[in-house]
Design a protein around this ligand. Sequence first.
Ligand code: SER
Length: 874
Amino acid sequence: MKSAEIREAFLRFFEEKGHTRVASSSLIPANDPTLLFTNAGMNQFKDCFLGLEKRAYTRATTSQKCVRAGGKHNDLENVGYTARHHTFFEMLGNFSFGDYFKRDAIRYAWEFLTSPQWLNLPQEKLWVTVYASDDEAYAIWTEEVGVPAERMVRIGDNKGAPYASDNFWAMGDTGPCGPCTEIFFDHGEHIWGGPPGSPEEDGDRYIEIWNNVFMQFNRTADGVLHPLPAPSVDTGMGLERVSAVLQHVHSNYEIDLFQNLLAASAAAIGCANDGAPSLKVVADHIRSCGFLIADGVTPSNEGRGYVLRRIVRRACRHGNKLGAKGSFFHKIVAALAAEMGEAYPELREQRAHIERVLKTEEEQFAKTLEQGLKILEQDLAELQGRVIPGDVVFKLYDTYGFPVDLTGDIARERELSIDEDGFEREMQAQRERARSASAFGLDYNSLVKVDTDTLFTGYEDTFGQGQIVALFKAGAAVEQLQEGEEGVVVLDRTPFYAESGGQVGDCGYLSDASGVRFDVRDTTKAGGAYLHHGVVGAGSLRVGQAVEAQVDASVRGATALNHSATHLLHAALRQVLGEHVQQKGSLVDSQRLRFDFSHFEAIKPEQLKALEALVNAEIRKNSAVQTEQTDIETAKQKGAMALFGEKYGDSVRVLSMGDFSVELCGGIHAKRTGDIGLMKIISEGGVAAGVRRIEAVTGVGALDYLSGAEEQLKEAAALVKGSRDNLLDKLAGVLERNRQLEKELEQLKAKAASAAGDDLAGAAIEVAGVKVLASRLDGLDGKALLALADQLKNKLGSAVILLGGEFDGKVVLVAGVTQDLTAKLKAGELMRQAAAVVGGKGGGRPDMAQGGGVDAGKLGEALALVEPFVAAAF
Ligand code: SER
């Protein structure tokens, strides 16, 4: 059975059991700062387990894209060296939200795996583990399903703490969790390894294929397990592992999904396709990198982007080990899109973008390596002993991105070693710094959470009545908020828009007839609840109180125009630049719009003009902005642009403007495009490899911007005593006059210097029978001083001259020695000493030298040098 057939069979099986097929969510978890990447099928349902989010169904099934690199579940270092670990994999899952529990979960799993109608796996090859104290699950398996006791294993807390067990699953340190039962497949005696729980369990013989978690608890940061509102089920079966079983191969890398990727990797590198671990690493990593970039991650030095960068670099290193010359990694994207683009169309749509991002990153890494090698050479030149210290290895790794194994290779070539313990210490310190700085370590429960669905009334109104259902102070629920206190107010219904889809949350105030007032600075969402953040301006608030909610309508209005213009801009970008343009980020507030998108080069001025013209033409058409509530499939058929980073519910809102723009969007918009008035682009630039940013203003903002520009023009015209009409001619005239004046000034300076030369010659004194002249002349540049020194040499016939002065905030020095004296005294040497006094450098020929410095206060001291210098030479 092919992987694609297994994926489809799984989803169909569970559909037949009353489950709703739900699309994979993005690899970037929606609204969850505690999680680095989507690492399990249950992530998108987290709030359903906690009872914070209600959906139209209580049973769901998915094939979920997962990345396990970084964070709690991290398989990065194992990849390539085991038969079963990946950075990216697909997890098939079935879920129950307070619907069925242990019995049905177990029966479904067994039926799908063993029924001749489905996977038809031999029962005697399947082993089952349960959490040590889960007698209920044990009894279902042995008494109802009939798994013999010799293939059942109870696993307790085998990881050193209560509930730290292979059979107790948790998404993170906090959040939903519960005991689990896992199903293993025995690949046979010819492979090394023992059953789960045995000392040889880490071998590759017995491989876990399916984990059924009985979601029962929410763990808080204090380690306490609180029962969930209703027992639930979360299961996950690795598609690659089960494909290996069904395709009668042992390693995941031998399944159909990997064949073309391995061949393409070998071709791109230029090596044999011989199953080398490094080749597997490359074939694995192209999947995580390709999918992450498609979902909007770009390589960077922090957070998600940093993990992506590490994976790319690891792939490059392994490619280099196999002899890759130059960049190769991006060349495998085509094979990835061909292999998986059917199931995940984003790979096809974004292929060019993924390739460019990877290519840029590969090239940058090559430079980094080159630079790192130089640094390493310098450090090695100074090295005492035969061990490269840990801090040097760490500096290379951390600052220059130089992989440790590469430093190790180079060390070995020179019969040196690296201080691995020292390096590990530095790494540990680094990890701790990263943890404390990272939001991903956040406690999921410290985020305000409340079991309420606020009814949003703000599409129609900016004013409405509501009742306070919860209050929070510093993240904790309270009954009252007093005057002056900051906090969060949750209402049963509200016209306030909560930040999402790039649009900022509304501001405004809540009040009542008795004079209470709560100033709302921002509005956000937690599950289905709308959180009004702000401060009590007058009176006090208590749970249960009725209030009137007033959104700041003018701020909201300006924001809406910017949001609608963003949609027009998005559609215009795809027309002007091409279909490869994908939204990568967006921020819409009342002042402006900011739109990030994939594109590989700076936008040319004529393209910017075309964009502006297109958007403004759509504005003038004054099309109605229409919304329609429908399901995601219908929306996609209508050609609605959806974002991979967004989490869409069962019903989506399609927003269209004429036939120009159709997007999924929950935001607030203008009624008609004409309301926008005018859109003016104010900047364009790059934000990351392959990602550009446009900022623009609309409506009154656009008018203000243009008035400001006009005002500046007028001021500029006034400065040159002209008008807007003749400003350019006037400016050209001013510049021409300026050039002439500069020329005249040069001539005058030369004349003045020559006149000064006559005076100066008279100021020469005699030292040891030699004429010596030292003089300070401010305001002359080096060229003028040189000319003067030359002239003085001629006038004096035989002399040593040192001239210095301040010019443009710096010290300028010139020394001259007539030919007859250069045998005994050289201008260059005199200059080196003089320049050093004023904090600078200088030098030149024996008869003429130049220098400069920064310390004008020491100029006198520098000039005084010349007398003793001459005295010593003659
Ligand atoms: N969440 C569980 C896991 O990832 C079951 O899907 O193993």
